[in-house]
Design a protein around this ligand. Structure first.
Ligand code: URP
Ligand code: ZN
Ligand code: ZN
Ligand code: ZN
Length: 465
C-alpha cells in the first residue's frame, strides 16, 4: 500500500516546509521535494494544502457503561468519525468497577476495541485498591504497554477515588514509570450540593453547574497536584475547565513541578447559559462534568494553552442520545454525563484558535497531536511527520468552510454541542497507517483496521527509579 502526497506544506510542531510525503507499508518512507511516485502508488494532490500529523485525542469513552447506560458511540463508529475529522489515534479508558479485577476489565475493553478503525491506546482507571490492584498495575505497565492511570475524584458512590486511593496509586505509578491522571472535582462537595439542590426542588439541568462550581474543581486539582508533589510523581489533569484549576496547574509549574493540563474545545467556547435552555433535550445534551463555564474561565483556558501552562486538547468524547439523557428528566443527577466532539475537535480549534490568531499552525499541531504523543509516550511514532513515523497524516484545507451539525456529522449521536457553528479549515483527506480513510467527503474507515498502541513506561520527563 503506497500513497504519495504531492505538493503540500508539511506542518510539524517545530517547523513548516514544502515537501512531498511518501507513505509505504504504514509508515512514512520519504519526505522531500518532487518525490517520484512508485508504480501503483495512490496520488493525492495536496497543492495549496497543509500536511499535519493526524490528530491524537487522548480522552475518549467509546462504548463505556456509565450512569446506568452505555455511550452510544462504539469503537468502530467513534474512530470512523474521528478519521472524518482528521484524528487518527485515540486514547480511551478502561474503567474497572470497584472490586473488579483490573486485568478482567482491561481484557474486556481490549475485546470491545477490536472493531476500531483507527489506532488506539488505553489509560486504566484505578477505582479501588487491594494487593491485586498493586500487582495488576505492574502487569499492565510491563506486559501490556499501559503507561498512564486515571483517577476520578468525583462520582461518589460509583468510581470516585478518595485521598487514600490517590496516595496508593500515585506511589505505585511512580515506581512503575506510569503517569497518573485525574478528573479533578471534589466528589464530596458535588454530592452535598446535588442533595441540597434537589431538596430545594431544583431538579432540572440548570442545577448541574450549580452543583459543580469552579471551586470544587480548583480544590481537587490543587489537592491532586499537592499529593503528586509530595510523592514526587508527574501528574496530568484531564478536562481543565476553570480558571481555578488552570491556576493550580500554573502555580505548581511555576514552582518547578511537572504538571500537565488538558483542555476540551467545549470548555473554550460554550458557556453555562446552555443549562438554562428551556428545552430539556438541548440543556441535558450539554450536561458533562466539569460543566461549561463563563467567559472568564474560557479566557483562562485559552491563555493557558497559549502560554504553554496547559498542553493538550481532547474531547472527552462520551456520547449519549436524547432517550439516554432523558433518564434524568426529573433529577439532573441522573442525566448521563458526557458530550461528543471527536470528529469536530480539529476544525473547531483551527477556526477559533488559528484563524483568530491565537495559535500558529505549528502551535496547533503541538496542542492537537505532538504534545499528547510526547506526554503519553507515543512520540515519534505518532505526533510528527518524519521518516519512520506512522503514516498518520491529515491533509488540511485552511479555506474549506462548513457548518457543524448532528444532521451531517459521522458521530453516532443525535446531538452536537457545536450545532450551527460555521468553521473555516478542515480535513480533505485523512491517511491512517498509510491508507486513505477519508477523501473529499468519502469515509472509507475499515472496521477492525485500528491497532492497539502499547506505550513504554518512563517517558523522558519521568524521574528515573
Ligand atoms: O461528563 C463527563 N466528562 N463524562 C465522561 C466521564 C468523565 O468524567 O470524563
Ligand atoms: Zn472526567
Ligand atoms: Zn484575555
Ligand atoms: Zn472522560
Amino acid at each position: 500500500m503506497t500513497v504519495l502526497l504531492k505538493g503540500g506544506t508539511v506542518v510539524n510542531a517545530d517547523q513548516t516546509f514544502r515537501a512531498d510525503v511518501l507513505c509505504q507499508n504504514g509508515v512514512i518512507s520519504a519526505i522531500g521535494p518532487d518525490l517520484e511516485a512508485p508504480a501503483g502508488a495512490e496520488l493525492i494532490d495536496a497543492g495549496g494544502q497543509l500536511l499535519m500529523p493526524g490528530g491524537i485525542d487522548p480522552h475518549t469513552h467509546m462504548e463505556m457503561p456509565f450512569m446506568g447506560t452505555v455511550t452510544s458511540e462504539d469503537f468502530y463508529t467513534g474512530t470512523a468519525a474521528a478519521l472524518a475529522g482528521g484524528t487518527t489515534s485515540i486514547i480511551d479508558f478502561v474503567i474497572p468497577d470497584p472490586k473488579q479485577p483490573l486485568m478482567e476489565a482491561y481484557n474486556l475493553w481490549r475485546e470491545r476495541a477490536q472493531k476500531a478503525a483507527a489506532d488506539y491506546a488505553f489509560h486504566v482507571a484505578i477505582t479501588w485498591w487491594d494487593d491485586s490492584v498493586h500487582r495488576d498495575m505492574e502487569t499492565l505497565v510491563k506486559e501490556h504497554g499501559v503507561a498512564s492511570f486515571k483517577h476520578f475524584m468525583a462520582y461518589k458512590n460509583a468510581i470516585m477515588a478518595d485521598d487514600e486511593l490517590l496516595v496508593q496509586s500515585f506511589t505505585r505509578a511512580l515506581e512503575l514509570g506510569a503517569l497518573p491522571t485525574v478528573h479533578a472535582e471534589n466528589g464530596e462537595l458535588v454530592f452535598r450540593l446535588q442533595r441540597e439542590l434537589l431538596k430545594k426542588g431544583i431538579t432540572g439541568p440548570e442545577a448541574h453547574p450549580l452543583s459543580r462550581p469552579p471551586e470544587v474543581e480548583g480544590e481537587a486539582a490543587n489537592r491532586a497536584i499537592t499529593i503528586a508533589k509530595v510523592i514526587g510523581v508527574p501528574i496530568y489533569v484531564v478536562h481543565v475547565s476553570s480558571r481555578d484549576a488552570a491556576e493550580a496547574i500554573e502555580r505548581a509549574r511555576s514552582a518547578g513541578q511537572r504538571v500537565f493540563g488538558e483542555v476540551l474545545p467545549g470548555h473554550l467556547l460554550i458557556d453555562d447559559s446552555v443549562y438554562r435552555d428551556k428545552d430539556f433535550v438541548r440543556a441535558a445534551g450539554h450536561v458533562m462534568s466539569p460543566p461549561f463555564r463563563s467567559k472568564e474561565h474560557q479566557a483562562a483556558l485559552w491563555h493557558g494553552l497559549q502560554s504553554g501552562q496547559l498542553h493538550t486538547t481532547a474531547t472527552d468524547h462520551c456520547c449519549f442520545c436524547a432517550p439516554q439523557k432523558a433518564l434524568g428528566r426529573d433529577d439532573f443527577t441522573k442525566i448521563p454525563n458526557g458530550c461528543g466532539g471527536v470528529e469536530d475537535r480539529l476544525a473547531v480549534l483551527w477556526h477559533h484558535g488559528v484563524n483568530s490568531g491565537r495559535f500558529t499552525p505549528n502551535e496547533f499541531v503541538r496542542i492537537t497531536s505532538a504534545n499528547a504523543a510526547q506526554i503519553f509516550n507515543l512520540y515519534p511514532r505518532k505526533g510528527v511527520i518524519a521518516v519512520g513515523s506512522d503514516a498518520d497524516i491529515v491533509v488540511w484545507d485552511p479555506t474549506a468552510t462548513r457548518t457543524l451539525s448532528a444532521k451531517t456529522h459521522h458521530q453516532n449521536v443525535d446531538f452536537n454541542i457545536f450545532e450551527g457553528m460555521t468553521v473555516t479549515g478542515g480535513a480533505t483527506h485523512t491517511v491512517s497507517q498509510g491508507k486513505v480513510m477519508w477523501a473529499d467527503g468519502d469515509l472509507r474507515a475499515e472496521r477492525g483496521a485500528g491497532r492497539y498502541l502499547p506505550r513504554p513506561a518512563f517517558p523522558s520527563y519521568f524521574p528515573a527509579q
